[in-house]
Design a protein. Structure first.
Length: 378
C-alpha cells in the first residue's frame, strides 16, 4: 500500500492580525483555523470529520508561534482537538509572528522566513515552537514544514540539532518559491540532507514541460486520484499532498467553499476505499531514500481542461473580497502561496478593498455549483 500523507498546514492568520481584521485570538481562530460561518465549518474540525468518516489519519502541521502574541492557550485550542480525533500533530513555523512578539526568543531579530536566520537562531526557534506543541499535549514532533516553504540548509541542520527526523518544506511542483533547499523542480523522491530526510510535496507534470503543485487547491480530485494511482504503479515510497486549515473557506467573505469541500470529500472517499493506498502520517513512516528518481504522472490534456474549467467556475463564484481591516490596521500579505489574498488560480481577481454586490455573488456561486455539477466530479 502506498502511504499518502494528507498534510494540513494549520495556522492563525498573521496577515489578518497585521491588518487589524482579526487581532482577537477567537476571531482569528474562527477565520483561519475552524473556518466557521453561517452555521457551517470548513476548517480543521470539518477536515477531521471527513477523514474520520473514511478511515484516514491526517497530518496537521501546527504553527505555535502565535503563542508569542496570545499565549499558550492559542496553541492548546488547536492541538488538543487534533489529538482527541487521533490525528498527527507536526511542527509548522511562521517566523512573521516575531515582529509582534511580547517576548521574542531572538531578542529584536525578525524575518519573514526561516532562511532569514542563522543555524543557531533557527535552532532556538524550532526548540521554542516544539516546546509549545509538547506543552499543548502533543508528542515531540517528528516532522517540520517551514512557513512559506521558506527553509534552507541551515533549517535542516537546526532540525537535526533538535532531533527532528523529517522535513517537508520542499515543494517539488513550484518554481520561484521562498524555499532555498537546493533540489531540482519536479524531484519528488525523499532524500537525506544534513541528517534529515526531506519528504518533498508531490507534483505532477503539466503543460509545456511544466509541473503542478500537489495541493488540494491546485489539483482536481480526479488528478489527485490519478497521481496516487501513478505513484503506486511506479513504486513511490510515499506521496505527500498539502492543504491548509483555511483552504476550503473563503476567508475574505467568511463563507465555506462548497465546491472545494466537495473536492476534499471526493479525495478522502476515494482514498478511504482504495486497495492501493492508505492515508497515514509520519509516525511509523519508513520512506528511506534509495536514490531513485520518481517519474511524475504525465500531463493529461483532458484532465487539465476539466480542472481549468472547474477552477474558473470556482474563481468566478468566489473571487470577490469583503473583509476590511479595522481602523488603523495596516500590513502586508505574508502568508504563502494559498494564503496571499488570492483566488484559487493564484491571481488577484479584485482589488483587496473591492466592495461587491453580495446578491450578485450569491447568484454566481449558485451558477458555479450548477455548472460544476454538469462538468462532473470535483
Amino acid at each position: 500500500m502506498l502511504p499518502v500523507l494528507i498534510t494540513i498546514d494549520t495556522e492563525y492568520s498573521e496577515d489578518f492580525y497585521a491588518r487589524g481584521v482579526a487581532r482577537d485570538c477567537s476571531r482569528n481562530f474562527d477565520l483561519a483555523i475552524a473556518c466557521r460561518a453561517r452555521g457551517q465549518e470548513a476548517g480543521i474540525h470539518y477536515q477531521m470529520d471527513v477523514m474520520a468518516r473514511h478511515g484516514i489519519r491526517g497530518v496537521f502541521f501546527v504553527d505555535p508561534m502565535p503563542a508569542l502574541v496570545w499565549g499558550q492557550e492559542a496553541v492548546d485550542r488547536v492541538v488538543q482537538p487534533i489529538l482527541e480525533h487521533g490525528h498527527e500533530v507536526q511542527l509548522h513555523l511562521h517566523t512573521e509572528w516575531l515582529r509582534f512578539a511580547k517576548e521574542n526568543p531572538l531578542g529584536d531579530r525578525t524575518g519573514r522566513n526561516m532562511r532569514d536566520f542563522t543555524r543557531e537562531e533557527q535552532r532556538i526557534l524550532v526548540a521554542y515552537a516544539a516546546d509549545r506543541l509538547v506543552a499543548a499535549g502533543a508528542a515531540f514532533p517528528r516532522a517540520f514544514r517551514a512557513g512559506n516553504y521558506g527553509a534552507d540548509d541551515n533549517t535542516l541542520r537546526a532540525l537535526s540539532d533538535c532531533g527532528i527526523l523529517y522535513d517537508s518544506s520542499f515543494p517539488a511542483g513550484l518554481q520561484d518559491t521562498e524555499c532555498s533547499i537546493v533540489q531540482a523542480i519536479g524531484a519528488c523522491a525523499p532524500f537525506r540532507q544534513n541528517n534529515v530526510v526531506e519528504m518533498p510535496i508531490a507534483a505532477i507534470a503539466a503543460r509545456n514541460g511544466g509541473v503542478r503543485h500537489g495541493q488540494v487547491a491546485a489539483l482536481s480530485a480526479r488528478e489527485m486520484q490519478a497521481a496516487i494511482t501513478h505513484a503506486h504503479a511506479h513504486k513511490w515510497p510515499a506521496m505527500v499532498l498539502v492543504s491548509h486549515s483555511f483552504e476550503l473557506f473563503d476567508r475574505h467573505n467568511a463563507r465555506p467553499l462548497r465546491l472545494m469541500k466537495r473536492r476534499f470529500e471526493a479525495l478522502c472517499a476515494w482514498l478511504g476505499r482504495s486497495s492501493i493506498a492508505t492515508g497515514t502520517g509520519f509516525e511509523g513512516l519508513t520512506a528511506e531514500p534509495d536514490g531513485r528518481a520518481l517519474p511524475l504522472m504525465p500531463h493529461n490534456p483532458v484532465r487539465t481542461l476539466h480542472r481549468m474549467a472547474k477552477q474558473a467556475m470556482i474563481n468566478w463564484g468566489y473571487g470577490a473580497k469583503s473583509l476590511r481591516p479595522a481602523p488603523g490596521g495596516a500590513g502586508r500579505n505574508v502568508d504563502g502561496q494559498a494564503e496571499k489574498d488570492r483566488t484559487l488560480s493564484g491571481k488577484l481577481r479584485y482589488p483587496a478593498m473591492f466592495v461587491f454586490d453580495r446578491a450578485a455573488l450569491n447568484t454566481n456561486e449558485f451558477l458555479a455549483e450548477f455548472l460544476c455539477k454538469l462538468a462532473g466530479a470535483a
